[in-house]
Design a protein around this ligand. Sequence first.
Ligand code: NDP
Length: 499
Amino acid sequence: MAATAPTTERLTLTEPQPLLIGGREVAAGPTFPAVDPSTGRVWAHIAAGTTDDVDRAVEAAANAFTTWRDSSPDIRQALLWAVAERLTEDAHNWPALLATENGRAVREGGLIDVPTAAEIFRFFSGIVRDLHGRTVSCGPNAHVVATPRPVGVVAAIVPWNSPLISVAHKLAPALAAGNTVVVKPSELASVSTVRFIRLVQDLLPPGVVNVVTGFGNDVGRALVTHPGVAKVSFTGGTETGRRILGDVSDRLVPALMELGGKGSMVVCPDADPDTVTEDVLTGIFAANGEVCFASSRLLVHRDLYGDMLERISARAGAITVGDALDPATQLGPLVTARHRDAVAALVRTAVSEGAELRAGGVVPEMSGELAGGSYYRPTVLASPGGTTSASRTEFFGPVLTVEAWTDEDEVVERANDVAFGLANGVWSADLARAYRLADRLDSGMVWINTWFATPLGQPQGGVKASGFGREGAAATLLEYTATKVVHTSLDTTRPPMWT
Ligand code: NDP
């Protein structure tokens, strides 16, 4: 594996990243380093927020809430649109930053992350003026109106893998519905969130959006358990989701939970192998496989199994792994050496249980400054019976398990025999068969003859250990509201209860 030279100058931010509270930049006290996964080099310093910072941020958001809640929808519409425009104008500054931050290949940031984040703001800008209640038919003697009302201060907790998109998925609907927000980004990807909010700070009324960086177990925990927080909106791992739900159970705080996944691609014997091959490569190796929607299990009908396994293993073996900043790189380093080692350990366990390594499974030799990076070759495991842990574990990395099946009942049972229920897929030329299978797969999303299709308007979210709540759709606005009823009596007569 040849190391590839960077074509973009490496980013180094000398000034520590501030906290953003009440519309002001709060200089960092203690900081912790941000590490570039391509090289292992420190490239920025993040403020290690404290519980006092969380108190100040929640207070600022609470102070801003009433005015923002009562603002006219056209103000919120214009603001969300302006945020999208500002991000789009600034698009050229993002790919190198996103690649440096979490190791995703630089070609993806410009192609996917920035336009998607801007689209999320445009989508919610477009529907904010249609947020309306309804009258309830209660007969001629009452006038009853049920209205969705914003809940207050939202704690938005996001992971490191697609930080800009994740923050957009939280902020746009929460703000559209009239809430104020405190964001806690991942300690592994905080710079992008701080930069984004600084970029749009002059558009936002002070306190409407606040950012506290720091560690999950202290500032994250302090934020979700803060008495001033009315809603938790979390994207991250299932274990963390469970911990947060436990922590907020005392106060009965409602939560939206976008958690982990273990997606299966079910390939029928009449599927087109060329299309499936491209979709599989995208489904598991785009974004380094560090995606909740990743298609980490390929369940192929026995008629196609040998051929698909050969093709995909060969194509995985030819993927260019390298510096995330190099436009020629197809798969960058994993987010940290620790995460890379955890993925490698899961692969070794699967092999010890009987899975056969058909591609990858190794840490590539890199030279020069890339020797300090956290690289891992795209990996294909053959496990026709699906009996190893690789068929049920979320790797959150570039690891695909290929399995064989013979009848529909069997493949449905196997695909559903996982804790998660986020996204599955079916490939078939016969749409009746594809719909039949899609109907039986237990997940919030099922794609037919495609993967990763998430246009705005289509609800995204899971069932089972993948969480609850939906993002990216009109219904998402309601996730950030509580229905309030005003019942007006038009009748002065009363039953004779007290006479
Ligand atoms: P984590 O669950 O480790 O962290 C997610 C966020 O929670 C981070 O900001 C983290 O902070 C914070 N956090 C950690 N502990 C607590 C706590 N006790 N209270 C409050 N906040 C806390 O996930 P990762 O960042 O490692 O992301 C990977 C996971 O996210 C995968 O399982 C993936 O499937 C899932 N994910 C799901 C998506 C979906 O839409 N369903 C989309 C993207 C990812 P810190 O980083 O400082 O620890």
